[in-house]
Design a protein around this ligand. Structure first.
Ligand SMILES: [Zn+2]
Ligand SMILES: [Zn+2]
Length: 153
């Protein structure tokens, strides 16, 4: 494996900046896990990431994938997405965004968030509270499932 896999420019920049600034070591395993996540942006679970990473690196273990995901989450390259049931899913989208989960097919889609100033007007925060982190999760039906639900009626 010597060919550089094609990542989009943004991902490259985020990764390189984080690696350079955080004292975060770029191990081959972490890179493979991160690239497996970037490859298909469908918010896979750890087990799905493991299966993808295994194709690139057959010797990688599930425990290693969990460790890599934890580290990538800690340094902020990856976000962990939790919905009430089911395993955590992972997202490498570094832009501020929320998650829309279709309650019928369980696909998770990224939804762009308006600017931070607009958001602080939406929430009536008590005085002197400062938001340092926010997560948005929305539930509903994706377009295909809206059509399927109408057909079923
Ligand atoms: Zn996402
Ligand atoms: Zn759906």
């Amino acid at each position: 494996m010597c060919a550089e896999l094609s990542l989009d420019d943004h991902a490259h920049t985020a990764y390189d900046t984080t690696v350079a600034s955080g004292g975060f070591r770029l191990t081959r395993q972490r890179r493979e896990v991160y690239e497996a996540l970037l490859e298909t942006r469908d918010h896979p679970s750890a087990v799905q990431v493991f299966m993808r990473a295994q194709k690139r690196m057959p010797t990688i273990s599930l425990a290693t994938v969990y460790n890599c995901l934890e580290t990538l989450t800690q340094v902020g390259l990856v976000r962990q997405v939790n919905f009430d049931r089911g395993p955590s899913r992972f997202c490498p989208n570094a832009h501020p965004h929320g998650h829309f989960m279709c309650t019928r097919c369980h696909h998770v889609h990224d939804v762009d968030v308006p600017d931070a100033a607009a958001l602080s007007r939406v929430w009536q925060l008590p005085n002197n509270y400062v938001v340092t982190q926010s997560e948005f999760s929305l539930r509903g039906l994706c377009p295909e499932c809206v059509v399927a639900a109408n057909d079923a009626e």
